[in-house]
Design a binder for this molecule. Sequence first.
Ligand code: PLP
Ligand code: MN
Length: 333
Amino acid sequence: MLISELQTPALLVEQAALRHNLDTMTAALPGARLRPHVKAHKCTSLAKLQYANGHRGFTCATVREVEAMAGAGLGEDLLLANEVLDTRRLGRLVDDGHRVTVAVDSAETIEAAVAGGVREVLIDVNVGLPRCGCSPDMAGALADLARRSGLTVRGVMGYEGHLMLVEKEAERRDSTEQAMEHLLAASAAVGGELISAGGTGTYAVNTWADEIQAGSYALMDTAYQQLGQPFRQALFVLGRVISVSSGWAVADVGLKALSLDHGLPRIDGAEVWFCSDEHTTFRPDGMPAPAVGDLVRVQPAHVDPTVALHDSLYLVDGPDVLDRWPVDMRGWR
Ligand code: PLP
Ligand code: MN
């Protein structure tokens, strides 16, 4: 099948770029040094490639992702790196022999883990991103509470998400060091064997965590492209030009097929003006004059929420469609 036969908009993954990204990251962080975050691709077929590259543990953001990974035979060591109150479905997976570890940052989330039958937790520590995570000086007391409640505390996690897109690498490294000082102090109080942190932006500069939770690196987006890291754009939303006017053209890829929270998408050889529900309006700037029916490859600015809008990823090699992978971890149920 050819990409020209696909209905648009369609999500494309360039096989060569994906392969390059997976292998580049595995060379930098082999085996247990990387705990790939599956929320970026929500696709067990892609997770299987990461597993084949030697990564046995995975990071998840939702109960649905944990369930789908376990169902696909990838449940050796799943970390739900998020606070969760309804833990019943997780307890069932533990009973079925899957290893599931949950992040906790309060007495309530510890109680929920116990009530749902979860047995292992990480203490989630705030390292500077105003989101989840307890204050570092509370981590030891929470770990004590978790152990008294019968849970195994595997260690700590702390996501330095506010530093992922810091432009200068030296600045990113220094800020990451400061963030990780909080996590190491918490780790000393908590004990356990695991210090989990990091993402695509800090994978090369975070030398303090035992394992890095990077996800975006596999598919990439234009926000991460700006950092100049050795990863290639593998993800595109394929669209068709549906209208041409003097000075601009319109593709059938709108904000319902593309997340805009990190900015407008990019089209090579064009300046993107704006996106609306079903349209991207762009001015050709170097590309051949677009004609109605032409295919365009739109590069999203933010990978995770873009993938979550689609039910399939098409693995492609230039004009050829090689495979269709369901985005089988999307949704919540
Ligand atoms: N860990 C957590 C808890 C996250 O929320 C994220 C992304 O938001 C990541 C890791 C890393 O993801 P990425 O590789 O996309 O930066
Ligand atoms: Mn993201």
